[in-house]
Design a binder for this molecule. Structure first.
Ligand code: SME
Length: 168
């Protein structure tokens, strides 16, 4: 793994998210395309945050109203998730970050990778209230994500929203 990422991964969570926010700003600077930004963001998170087996995006498909898999890192995943299904659908429908300590105890959880045991999902909502999709992180550990992760990931999604604002 890249040396810089090893260094970043060993930090305490507040410092780690500060560092990630700054790296992400640099990575997305000058590029307003959602897919391009989401692709690099999923890679940055996958290689910088410890204990993850999947990180990626589900983007709202206007035609069907479903969440459709977007750029990600990890094993192949479920393609389509109806709104309100699974953790991703629930976070999208409720427009709030969901942290699930044990996905097996979450009613309706969709198991894409059997290695996943906990999950965090952050909705991506434009300033005018339109839903673009969700950022989804899965971990093989139980209780991997806490409030610090939830707030940190929300800050990273805010960086993404700023980067793509001109095109939405
Ligand atoms: N577990 C998610 C589905 C997506 S995968 O984790 C990549 C859910 O319940 O919405």
């Amino acid at each position: 793994m890249h040396a810089l990422n090893d260094d970043v991964r060993s930090r305490a969570k507040p410092a780690l998210y500060d560092e990630l926010e700054s790296s992400l700003r640099g990575l997305l600077a000058g590029e307003p395309n959602l897919i391009a930004c989401a692709a690099n963001m999923s890679s940055l998170l996958y290689w910088s945050l410890p204990d993850l087996n999947w990180v990626g995006f589900y983007l709202l498909d206007e035609a069907s109203g479903d969440l459709l898999v977007g750029p990600f890192q990890g094993k192949p995943a479920c393609v389509r998730i109806p709104l309100e299904k699974g953790v991703c659908g629930a976070a999208a429908a409720q427009r709030r970050t969901l942290v699930v300590q044990d996905v097996h105890a979450f009613p309706g959880h969709i198991a894409c990778d059997s290695a996943s045991n906990s999950e965090a999902v952050v909705p991506i909502v434009l300033a005018d209230g339109r839903l673009l999709g969700v950022l989804d992180l899965d971990s093989p550990l139980l209780n991997r994500f806490d409030e610090q992760d939830a707030r940190g990931l929300e800050r990273l999604v805010a960086v993404l929203l700023t980067a793509i604002a001109a095109t939405k």
